[in-house]
Design a protein around this ligand. Sequence first.
Ligand SMILES: *Cc1c(COP(=O)(O)O)cnc(C)c1O
Length: 325
Amino acid sequence: MNHLKNKTNLGFFPTPVEFLPRISAKLQQNIYIKRDDQTGLATGGNKTRKLEYLVKNALDLGANALITIGGQQSNHCRQTAAAAAKVGLQCYLILRGEKPENFQGNLLLDKILGANLIFAGDKDLFQEIKLLSQNLKNEGVNAYEITMGGSDEVGCLGYVNAVQELKNQEIELSFEFDEIYFSTSSGGTQAGLVLGKRMFDLKAQIIGVSNDKSNMDGLPLDEYILNVVKKAQKNLLFEENILISEIQILKEYNEAGYGVVTENELFAIKELAQTEGIILDPVYTARAFWGMLDSLKNIKKQGKKNILFWHTGGQSANFSYHSIF
Ligand SMILES: *Cc1c(COP(=O)(O)O)cnc(C)c1O
């Protein structure tokens, strides 16, 4: 069985690859952007690709509900709520913190999409999902658990498949990218890109810009990602040896912590918006775009390269950060 074909259609693919002429002129590099902020699922984002595989797996297992965890402005939770609605499953979201007075951004969309919202305070989300899943089972609800960010061996297939999509776009463009920058957090996107690079002979260096403290479920992020890659390899019967050194993570831009917008992120958002008319999000892509701009200062002397910024979405979170602009 070809696992890469075993998915439910939830979005609009392929997403466009766009040239950024004004940013390119400023940086003296050829900069392109892959628009996974336009995947179409309730304002889109990178989780749509993962959910195509996760939701298929849930349906194959006879689940009647999806359950997942995240922060209150989680883009993953919002896309999970939309995916559940689209295929007729119930949705339970366990969110960090206390119930706020006003619902904004992604949280507002979760409510509109009809998800059951559980506010977990400061309890451990990985434990809470197990507890709720068991309680639901006792009530006769067969809930399919999706881990943080959908970053497991099933979800990451979305980005293995995305590499194949990009390879076809490179044929149309008649060149190959040298470097790909993107925001990495729970690691599923990077796991898929790293595995896809090997499976489909992508030339580009895969560079994740770390968004937060760089660990996931108790492991350093690169180890977590390699574990996900190895499990996915087993399912795909792809036996090449992938090394931890292939998981490249820039950690120097995350010191402010998760969800904190510094002048760097603010600069990145305004720079792309006011130069190309494209909106980043305040939590993930702003930090990654800043990280890319800063890194490119160092490669200037090596001549022009073809660089891809992979936009992973999240714009709706801006509305909950309105006071910083
Ligand atoms: C979840 C998310 C990421 C990080 O992707 P991971 O697969 O969790 O590493 C990046 N950008 C946005 C907008 C996201 O919602």
